[in-house]
Design a protein. Structure first.
Length: 425
């Protein structure tokens, strides 16, 4: 019997520990979500004081509603855990109730038996009825064991009652937690409804000026197309220059080898152009091959080009308030006008364009390229070496009058999603 009780105690405390750890994780996640909501609310408030409804507000309110939905889901998970815990504890209470009934019945039987055989005559008669001396000794041991068993039964009843009492107290505590969590849930659901109304209001205002937004998006796409073409042209020129340099270097080596002939020289003249083109990348050379490898190793942990920026549009397809789509090949980041724009990794300035509608800088990192557009105060020049974290310019205003920049990442073959390379915010 003591083994059964010990097992139940171990099971109960182990289960409770796992449950507590899970709730702590949910509460930590909820705190982080609330912090994100507060930051988004601050950005939304700052934007409201400057301009009318715009694309940034639309993105901010969408993000806020999504975060609030996650808070409500988090609380729902918490409530399910509490319900599961109440159910589990109640099962334990029921087990203790059944155990107590069994123990009490057995104890009552033993007490009735002891009462019926309570006289010294019955005790002696039981002993002297033995067939021999050894049998009498065994009967005496049995009577002592039986008396110890009755005492153990009483102790088990008391111990089980104490465990049951603790479980009843525990289930009461969990119910109190559930009640307070339900209050929080009602509050957060009400917040969600308020935010959805604000989301609908901003959407309706944006739809009213749909023509203006369409013009802005058309202008934005035109600007992006010009930047994309300029980036592609800069990369192609870098490839052509690298190829010419590699061929010139190979010819110089060949000429040197001719001047100092060695045995077993091939009779056929090698095609230097094919040899250069067969390399993994014509852009890789002894000076930047390690830089390129280091850039690749930092995938997923590269810093963002601006501090405290907010993603306005993601790489790929973006849903617009009008219901239409806009596909872009960069990450558009909103930030305060004048915010420093920093290089995300060591490299060399490949191109600087100061006269476009969106002034930009292209930086080469081996066979990878990063482009920073819509800048003011560009302070680097073509061919200059730059270091990670170096300020190359500042965020300028966009078509809405807000601060924003577009950040491109590309290889020799085309554009890639920058957010896959940058560290998670």
């Amino acid at each position: 019997m003591p083994k059964i009780v010990s097992f139940l105690v171990f099971f109960v405390f182990t289960h409770t520990a796992v449950f507590s750890q899970t709730r702590e994780e949910l509460e930590k996640q909820r705190v982080e979500l609330k912090k994100e909501i507060e930051q988004t609310e601050k950005l939304l408030h700052d934007n409201k004081t400057k301009t009318k409804e715009n694309l940034l507000q639309w993105n901010l309110i969408n993000n806020k509603v999504n975060l609030q939905n996650r808070v409500v889901d988090n609380i729902n998970k918490d409530l399910r855990l509490l319900d599961n815990n109440i159910y589990t504890i109640q099962k334990d209470v029921n087990k203790y109730n059944r155990l107590l009934d069994t123990l009490k019945q057995e104890y009552a039987k033993s007490m009735v038996y002891a009462y019926k055989n309570r006289s010294n005559y019955d005790f002696l008669n039981f002993i002297f009825a033995a067939d021999n001396f050894n049998d009498a000794i065994k009967r005496i041991s049995y009577l002592k064991s039986y008396r110890s068993y009755r005492e153990m039964q009483g102790q088990n009843i008391l111990r089980t009652q104490e465990l049951r009492k603790k479980k009843v107290e525990e289930i009461s505590g969990v119910k109190v937690k559930k009640k307070s969590t339900l209050v929080v849930q009602n509050k957060e659901v009400a917040n969600l409804e308020t935010q959805k109304k604000e989301q609908d209001r901003i959407l309706n205002e944006l739809k009213k000026k749909g023509g203006e937004l369409s013009k802005q998006m058309t202008a934005k796409q035109r600007q992006m197309k010009k930047v994309s073409n300029a980036i592609a042209a800069a990369i192609k020129k870098a490839q052509d220059d690298a190829r010419k340099e590699a061929i010139a270097r190979a010819k110089a080596i060949e000429k040197k080898n001719k001047e100092t002939p060695t045995p077993n020289v091939p009779k056929t003249k090698p095609d230097i152009t094919k040899k250069v083109d067969s390399r993994e990348s014509v852009l890789l050379n002894s000076e930047n091959i390690e830089l390129n490898a280091s850039f690749e190793r930092n995938r997923g942990s590269l810093p963002w080009p601006v501090d405290n920026g907010y993603v306005l549009m993601h790489y790929g397809n973006n849903k617009l308030p009008s219901g239409g789509d806009m596909v872009i090949t960069c990450t558009s980041i909103a930030s305060t006008v004048g915010t420093p724009v920093k290089v995300i990794f060591d490299g060399e300035v490949l191109s600087v364009n100061l006269n476009d509608e969106q002034p930009f800088v292209v930086i080469q990192h081996g066979k990878y390229f990063t482009t920073y557009t819509n800048l003011n105060g560009i302070n680097v020049s073509k061919g200059q070496s730059v270091k990670r974290g170096q300020v190359i310019g500042r965020v300028a205003t966009n078509y809405d009058g807000d601060g924003s920049m577009d950040f491109y990442m590309s290889t020799e073959t085309g554009f890639v999603d920058p957010e896959r390379w940058l560290r998670r915010k």
